[in-house]
Design a protein around this ligand. Structure first.
Ligand SMILES: Cc1ncc(COP(=O)(O)O)c(C=O)c1O
Length: 419
């Protein structure tokens, strides 16, 4: 069902121990209303393991100062730790050079950086930008704002009723006006994994650059930006066991160098006079002001933690969870899974007949189960399926089968209350 199935065969990390992994997450010991917490809202934000918390504490208690500006011990220490985090992220997604990694405040900020830094410079009246129905609002609205501003046009590749992108229709959207493609790697609402490598190759054959929104991909599968050959790749730290307030924009060095800065301020300059400013080299040209230093260092620690477990082991375990949960949910009458793509990451959106998703969420919360209900910032997806909202259980590697059983029991309770 996911990339994890094949990855299982090439498992080269030490055996995955759910018990050992769970022990690293203090928050998983919580009880909600007297019931053990079942945290299935990982697509919105994942939880933080103790080694990442410890790294943040060590930074704040022994290393903090502003970066880039000082010659004193703490400033040099903080700068080294901040740049070391950049290197960790570089290796995590296999970027060619560390200067191709820009720290942002999140995926949303990273995409806005591209619409401003690239879009405003290189997209003009009559140009077309291709998106897909599966996009999160973060990968729609910034492009819409750019298109309105520049007189450009959005074209949208449709999906089928399994929630899979119609790749042939995507390919038909290209014409002489096509100037950019922005596509999600994994749908946050449905879990669909898009065939981004094929989509990028098709776009590149027509000289069209591609941004991949990887917010929901990096927590679940190994990502290699050189192999994908994407021009941009964006993701958030807080969905990857890291802190909030930190994200990453990967961009090919040659593309980043051609771009205009997004935000102006300290650190993004080489020299300033009232007549003229010359900008810093990449990635600093895009990191105006004091960056989220602690959060970046925390993200570096999160990457270390995840790599120590192993992306293959994570993908394989989540694949088992998704297959089990899907089978269990399919056995329930009156429950419909929304999004049944052949290639899926660990997301299960569902509807219970006769019960509004918000009521589902409220009643599951009484059982200690955290799911997200709503449109998941993906209203075009909801519109495709003609629903205002779904309930969404999204899994992480620290979830277990017993928690899936609790969800299934919780759904039965909801059905009884509304019978
Ligand atoms: C696919 C996708 N893109 C973008 C975002 C936005 O991420 P952030 O709010 O961290 O900027 C999300 C968040 O849920 C997402 O799932």
């Amino acid at each position: 069902m996911t990339a994890g199935r094949t990855a299982l065969k090439s498992l080269s990390t030490p055996a995955f121990s759910l018990e050992r992994v769970r022990a690293d997450f203090p928050i998983l010991k919580l009880e909600i209303g007297g019931k053990p917490l079942v945290y299935f809202d990982n697509a919105a934000s994942s939880q933080m393991p103790q080694p990442v918390i410890d790294r943040l504490v060590r930074y704040q208690t022994t290393q903090h100062a502003n970066v880039n500006r000082g010659v004193h011990f703490l400033s040099e220490t903080a700068t080294a730790a901040y740049e070391e985090a950049r290197g960790k992220v570089q290796r995590f997604i296999n970027a060619r050079e560390d200067r191709e990694l820009v720290f942002t405040s999140g995926t949303t900020d990273a995409i806005n950086l591209v619409t401003h830094g690239y879009g405003r410079k290189f997209i003009g009246p009559g140009d077309e930008i291709i998106l897909t129905t599966l996009e999160h609002h973060s990968n729609i609205v910034p492009w819409q704002m750019l298109a309105e501003d520049k007189g450009a046009k959005l074209r949208v590749a449709p999906i089928n009723d399994a929630g899979e992108l119609l790749v042939d229709e995507y390919e038909k959207l290209f014409n002489a006006h096509t100037k950019f493609v922005a596509v999600t790697h994994v749908s946050n609402a449905l879990g669909t994994i898009n065939p981004v490598k094929r989509m990028i190759a098709f776009a590149h054959a027509r000289d069209v650059p591609v941004l991949v929104d990887g917010a929901q991909a990096v927590p679940h599968m190994a990502v290699d930006v050189q192999d994908l050959d994407c021009d941009f790749y964006a993701f958030s730290g807080h969905k990857l066991c890291g802190p909030t307030g930190i994200g990453v924009l990967y961009g090919k060095a040659a593309v980043l160098e051609r771009m205009a800065p997004f935000k102006g301020g300290g650190d993004m300059i080489l020299s300033v006079t009232f007549e003229k400013t010359t900008y810093n080299t990449i990635p600093h040209k895009f990191e105006a002001g004091t960056p989220p230093i602690a959060a970046a260092i925390g993200l570096g620690a999160a990457v270390d933690y995840i790599l120590a477990i192993g992306m293959d082991a994570i993908a394989a375990h989540e694949c088992d969870l998704l297959e089990y949960a899907t089978a269990q949910m399919n056995r329930l009458s009156g429950v419909r899974i929304v999004g049944t793509a052949a290639q899926k990451a660990a997301v299960l959106s569902f509807m219970i007949d006769g019960v509004h998703p918000h009521d589902v969420g409220t009643l599951l919360n009484q059982e200690g189960i955290a799911v997200r209900t709503g449109h998941h910032c993906a209203q075009p997806v909801m519109r495709h399926f003609r629903v205002p909202a779904t309930s969404r259980a999204s899994f992480a590697f620290y979830n277990g089968m017993a928690e899936v059983d609790a969800l299934i029991a919780g759904i039965r309770t909801v059905q009884k209350v509304f019978a």
